[in-house]
Design a protein around this ligand. Structure first.
Ligand SMILES: Cc1ncc(COP(=O)(O)O)c(C=O)c1O
Length: 112
């Protein structure tokens, strides 16, 4: 597996990297702790032209402020140790997506 890190503020750079071939686009938005924002719809459109899966870390925004699934993201992840639960009140994480995409993590949870 090869991973390319891109500047969050440069949609052009991200799109160029996607166009070289991409299986998974992983976004964190807003970024923690620098609060950089990405245009999710624009990057989802670029990823879909390459057939890439889009995963978004929505920890900082929480579902109260942003619904990445509604913007075309395939899988949303959250750290539940932060704003979602208060702060430092709980340990946990969430992964959300279609039943089909959640089948594998569900299976892993059953194993471990
Ligand atoms: C945006 C974001 N996602 C995930 C994590 C990981 O959180 P945890 O330590 O609860 O696994 C962090 C930690 O700082 C974070 O800032």
């Amino acid at each position: 597996m090869s991973v390319t890190l891109c500047e969050t503020h440069s949609h052009e750079q991200i799109e160029e990297e996607i166009a070289k071939g991409c299986d998974v686009l992983y976004l964190e938005k807003p970024t923690n702790p620098t609060l950089k924002i990405v245009d999710i719809k624009r990057l989802v459109a670029a990823a879909k032209t390459e057939g890439a899966l889009v995963i978004a870390d929505n920890t900082f925004a929480t579902p109260l402020n942003q619904s990445p699934l509604a913007l075309g993201v395939d899988i949303v992840v959250h750290s539940a140790t932060k704003f979602l639960s208060g702060h430092a009140d709980a340990m946990g994480g969430l992964v959300c997506g279609s039943e089909e995409l959640m089948a594998k993590p569900k299976r892993l949870l059953n194993i471990y």
